[in-house]
Design a protein around this ligand. Structure first.
Ligand code: SF4
Length: 319
């Protein structure tokens, strides 16, 4: 089996340049000259209604959807002219549009004590709360959060910037983990702590990180410079402080990402180059992962409903 693929140096360079820009970032142009959208729902628990909406969106606008290791759904193979309609459809269907920029990402979790026989604490409610309060908050570099319902750490909590795993009497908190080419295990910051104490700890960690980090510095690097003991001392001094300002900032930031940001505004050059390069998939050549459709979007038949972007969808799963 030949798995080699040619290097696309210009695309690689353009992607690196995009990453250097401050603020939110959505996924940009991909190797097939199409675009990708990263979407999801809190706790990664999809209702049947959400899955039906997702199937319809993929059918209308994308080549396929890929389940990522971070519990998001990647819509791949969106033609440039369908990018904005796809974004609208995703939002109308109640999905989050997920950032890959410098902010607090969605929270990864395992099923925890609601379902797992090994669960010592319930994960879903706490994950939903953390996302409601802090998702999208701008940070010097991305912040990945993960919750696991027991020390087995199925959600890779200790490989996250801010990770928690449950114990009998609460949660153990780790910071400074990372995955990637040089994985790092997070260091224990506190524990056991109660569920109610988690948002205060997170707010304090975020404040200290935002204050002390160099531009574009990931949390583990800040910890290397400052030292865990100093960092912990600062966090302990702040963890009982109110954090309404962070919650408000995160809400504004999410709104900007989901409503104000358009790829066309941010990446006009990329989009125009796509229009002129238009090589895309070879007709008749079925992609192993794809649905084998050719370049043009599926034409609506007489029995089809109007495009999702033109009609509001029912709110999926009662959310
Ligand atoms: S981390 Fe524990 S509770 Fe969560 S899925 Fe794994 S075994 Fe179950």
């Amino acid at each position: 089996m030949d798995t080699s693929t040619p290097l696309d140096l210009s695309l690689r360079k353009a992607t690196v340049e995009r990453r250097k820009r401050p603020g939110h970032r959505c996924l940009g142009r991909q190797r097939d000259n199409h675009f990708a959208l990263l979407i999801g729902v809190p706790t990664a628990c999809f209702s049947a209604a959400q899955l039906r909406s997702l199937a319809e969106i993929v059918d209308r606008y994308a080549r396929f959807s890929h389940l990522t290791t971070a519990q998001s759904v990647l819509l791949v193979g969106i033609a440039p002219q369908h990018y904005e309609p796809a974004r609208q459809a995703v939002r109308q269907a109640g999905f989050q549009i997920r950032s890959v920029g410098r902010d607090l990402f969605h929270v990864k979790c395992c099923p925890g004590g609601d379902f797992s026989p090994f669960g010592l604490q319930r994960t879903f409610d706490l994950v939903a709360l953390i996302e409601e309060y802090f998702r999208g908050l701008p940070t010097p570099q991305k912040i990945k959060i993960a919750l696991s319902g027991c020390p087995n750490c199925c959600a890779n909590s200790r490989l996250s910037d801010f990770g928690l795993h449950a114990v009998v009497n609460g949660w153990k908190l780790y910071i400074g983990g990372r995955m990637g080419y040089a994985p790092l295990i997070g260091q224990e910051l506190a524990g056991p702590i109660s569920s109610d104490a988690v948002p205060g700890y997170l707010a304090a960690v975020l404040r200290v990180y935002r204050e002390l980090a160099e531009p574009n510095e990931r949390l583990f690097r800040t910890l290397e410079r400052i030292g865990l003991d100093d960092f912990r001392q600062r966090v302990e001094g702040l963890r009982n402080e109110p954090y309404d300002d962070l919650v408000e900032e995160a809400a504004r930031s999410r709104k900007a990402l989901e409503e104000g940001f358009t790829l066309a505004d941010q990446d006009k050059q990329t989009l125009s180059s796509v229009g002129s390069e238009e090589k895309v998939f070879q007709p008749g050549k079925k992609n192993l992962c794809g649905n084998g459709r050719d370049e043009e979007p599926r034409q609506l038949g007489k029995n089809d409903q109007p495009l999702l972007a033109e009609q509001p969808l029912k709110a999926p799963g009662g959310q």
